[in-house]
Design a protein around this ligand. Sequence first.
Ligand SMILES: *Cc1c(COP(=O)(O)O)cnc(C)c1O
Length: 253
Amino acid sequence: MSTVEPPSAECKSAVLQSLSKVRATVQQCQQNSGVFTDARLVAVSKYKPASAILAAYDAGQRHFGENYVQELCDKAAVLPSDIEWHFIGRLQSNKCKALAAIPNLWAVETVESAEKAHKLNDAWHSARNHRPLNVFVQVNTSGEANKGGVEPHQVEDVVRNILDSCPALHLQGLMTIGSIAGSQQRPNPDFCTLAELGNGLRQKTGVELELSMGMSDDFEHALELGATNVRVGSKIFGTRPQKETIASATATS
Ligand SMILES: *Cc1c(COP(=O)(O)O)cnc(C)c1O
């Protein structure tokens, strides 16, 4: 932990201020819709330095989300061990082992096939972690070809695979990213699809399922539609460099 630069005073106060604002908004939304269990705020810290994460940590934030396995491994190694990490990037089978080596990985939100669930199950089991790994099944609610996630009609199959034959995994819920077009509509059709799938599967399986949906621009709306886990990055840490710049600067994910 000694290798992390402490955040500058400016960074600390900026992160504290934006984090407080987001937290207040989450609380307000839940009060408005009469929900009394706290939704989980995941601070998405991809491309942001460990010092910025520490600033949020010092403000009491514990759940953080990262998109790239190597970046997550590097940060987890130097940051406090009571951080609860969420992997929210595209899950590749050959990266399951590296993920399972992070003892304080709290959830993988992007399980998108029964095969990958089994890979993750085996990796988590082999790493001898003494609790199950929480997973969300990512659903491609928008039907876009380039989006990750299970097709809605295949979600039940993946869910049953996890429940029946992945003892090292705990099924936490469903997750969607949704399309840009959908994010401009009210209600957001992607969030509606995820909520309906969640309701149907709760009835069929009898297990409680969370909904991970909503990002900086639409987490309030997601909460109105039943999100229990929101993933907020730029509203907490400020804007990131554009994807195109990053894609050319990094060889692998
Ligand atoms: C980057 C990212 C987020 C956060 O996005 P913001 O718009 O910065 O809040 C949330 N979820 C996923 C899957 C992401 O990749």
